[in-house]
Write a protein that binds this ligand. Structure first.
Ligand SMILES: *[C@@H]1O[C@H](CO)[C@@H](O)[C@H](O)[C@H]1NC(C)=O
Ligand SMILES: *[C@@H]1O[C@H](CO)[C@@H](O)[C@H](O)[C@H]1NC(C)=O
Ligand SMILES: *[C@@H]1O[C@H](CO)[C@@H](O)[C@H](O)[C@H]1NC(C)=O
Length: 446
């Protein structure tokens, strides 16, 4: 080795060490914060991924046989026209190009929008141009990920004609997402960057945003970058949703952690295959629901996975509303009907899912009559949903309770969506396998 190359090697090595120091060292309170924007995406944008985590649909490899979803419960369908997504901007590549990504604790693979190589058609300025990055590389077909049916990797991949590892899947509404798997760094600063991480590079897409997959899977951003904890505070939505509001996303230590209360994640061995269970999701043991002062008569059993995996309760930043399995949903609806049933719009259902709706002129009164809602967990930990956050204006003049039937999405899990995580710190402590909640004033963090 000559001096210059050994210097280079040393430099590389130090950079590498630096990173691992930052993200791995037990006693280093690594902490980096990013603005988190809550904004509305139209349904035909990438936000469809928000309704489903591991898309797990079909592969178009060789034959037309459908690969059955490994986790059918995640094959959400939704007809919402719009959904609120949480977006952060990450510096990707060398030199870094800022990429907007939807924060999704419910999915695994992260992907970015790459330029379409069509001459004369200028690519969207927000998309990533691989040719400008020195740290970009494609994942060759020989990579194990490109061999089908790797456990824990729910994206159908195949080798394309160019010997590139190609992924493609259909969302539940039939639209196709596809691209190549690549390796790229997230470059936070000159001295802080991740090693090259496996990402999807979406080529057939007009969308502005990518996805930051943050679930427990091996290939999520959190796992690949060896993030020990991350947290976010979802800002309060502004009136009619057209106004963006800003909260905060932390990688590493959150300075407010002392105020957090923790519950353990329920974890499931990979070997324990249950058809309706997503073992990679952040599953919590919910115990009950209170509306106003009244504890609803719902058996704790319906919030926990049964033998088939149905009933798992998931904290998901990528799903907008909260969804409950039939038995729990019926009890919530019964109580809402008891309190404000006379004002409810009969026969009106938003997005085939929200059916407790009211004319907006009554919304303040309805919220007052319903009162606050509390989601109850072990150790007395609670998520308090203020009465002002019970209703959402879904279209002009109509407000609905932000809770739907899981069945309407075709799933068997309970999901706590981002609508019910407003003004709340939610921390995912991966090292200690727990989730923390803390009161936040998220819109004022930045
Ligand atoms: C959504 O689809 C409609 C019609 O198919 C199209 O006009 C619109 O531009 C699309 N929006 C986005 C964000 O792709
Ligand atoms: C939404 O709010 C913005 C800002 O307050 C306002 O300019 C816009 O007209 C509103 N849109 C609707 C449909 O009410
Ligand atoms: C609670 O619900 C169960 C089953 O739905 C029912 O059998 C029981 O009587 C209810 N208890 C009360 C106090 O209403």
């Amino acid at each position: 080795m000559d001096t210059s190359s050994s210097k280079k090697f040393l430099l590389l090595f130090v950079t590498f060490l630096n990173f691992f120091y930052i993200l791995l060292a037990k006693n280093t309170p690594f902490s980096m914060s990013f603005p988190l924007i809550s904004t509305q995406l139209s349904h035909n944008s990438s936000s469809k991924a928000l309704f489903l985590s591991s898309l797990v649909a079909n592969s178009n490899q060789n034959t037309n046989t459908k690969i059955m979803p490994r986790v059918p419960s995640l094959n959400y369908k939704s007809t919402f026209k719009y959904s609120m997504a949480l977006i952060i901007t990450l510096p990707i590549g060398t030199p870094p190009q800022n990429q907007q990504m939807v924060l999704d604790t419910g999915s695994q693979l992260s992907w970015i929008q790459c330029h379409k190589k069509i001459p004369k058609i200028p690519p969207p300025t927000t998309s990533f141009d691989p040719s400008l990055s020195s740290s970009f590389s494609v994942l060759p077909c020989s990579h194990p990920l490109c061999k089908p049916r790797i456990p824990d990797f729910t994206l159908p991949t195949s080798c394309d004609q160019n010997r590139l590892c190609h992924y493609s899947y259909f969302y539940a509404d039939g639209t196709l997402a596809e691209g190549n798997l690549v390796r790229e760094k997230i470059t936070f600063s000159r001295s802080q960057s991740t090693p090259p991480l496996i990402l999807g590079c979406a080529t057939e897409s007009d969308d502005a945003e990518g996805i930051l997959g943050m679930n427990l899977g091996r290939f999520s951003f959190a796992s690949q970058a060896k993030v020990q904890k991350f947290s976010y505070c979802v800002p309060i939505r502004q009136g009619n949703h057209t106004v963006k509001s800003t909260g905060t996303f932390y990688l590493g230590q959150n300075p407010n952690f002392r105020t957090f209360r923790y519950i353990n994640l329920l974890t499931f061995p990979q070997s324990q295959r249950m058809p309706n269970l997503d073992p990679l999701a952040y599953t919590v043991g919910m115990l009950g629901i209170k509306i106003g002062a009244k504890k609803l008569n719902i058996s704790t059993r319906v919030f926990q996975p049964n033998a088939g995996g149905s009933g798992q309760t998931i904290v998901d930043s990528g799903t907008e509303y909260t969804f409950l399995v039939e038995e729990a949903y019926n009890k919530v609806r019964e109580e809402i009907v008891r309190l404000v049933g006379r004002k409810m719009k009969r026969g009106y259902v938003y997005g085939e899912a929200l059916d407790m709706c009211f004319d907006s002129v009554h919304s303040i009164e309805i919220e007052r009559l319903i009162g606050d809602m509390t989601l109850q967990f072990e150790n007395g930990v609670e998520i308090l949903i203020n009465k002002e956050r019970m209703l959402d204006e879904v279209e002009g003049g109509i407000h609905c309770v932000g809770i739907g039937r899981s069945e309407s999405l075709g799933i068997a899990s309970n999901i706590i969506g981002n609508f019910h995580q407003q003004n709340l710190w939610v921390e995912f402590d991966l090292r200690n396998r727990r989730v923390g909640f803390g009161k936040g004033e998220c819109s004022m963090q930045v």
